[in-house]
Design a protein around this ligand. Structure first.
Ligand SMILES: [Zn+2]
Length: 63
């Protein structure tokens, strides 16, 4: 039983990635490369909403 694993090249870094159902990030090698690729169109300011959470600090509240 020769089970062949399909290998694809990660579009971001070119690393060989096994194309398996359990690889949630295929064809990328990992979350990082996927995020880089998704963010590439906006890489002039690659910002991701973080656990920073609320925007309350930016709101000018009446004293
Ligand atoms: Zn990669």
């Amino acid at each position: 039983m020769a089970q062949k694993t399909t290998l694809v090249a990660c579009p971001t870094c070119g690393k060989a990635v096994a194309w398996r159902p359990e690889n949630a990030f295929r064809p990328f090698c990992g979350e990082r490369c996927k995020m880089i690729d998704l963010g590439a169109w906006a890489n002039e300011s690659y910002k991701v909403p973080t656990e920073h959470g609320t925007f309350e600090e930016d709101i000018e509240r009446p004293q």
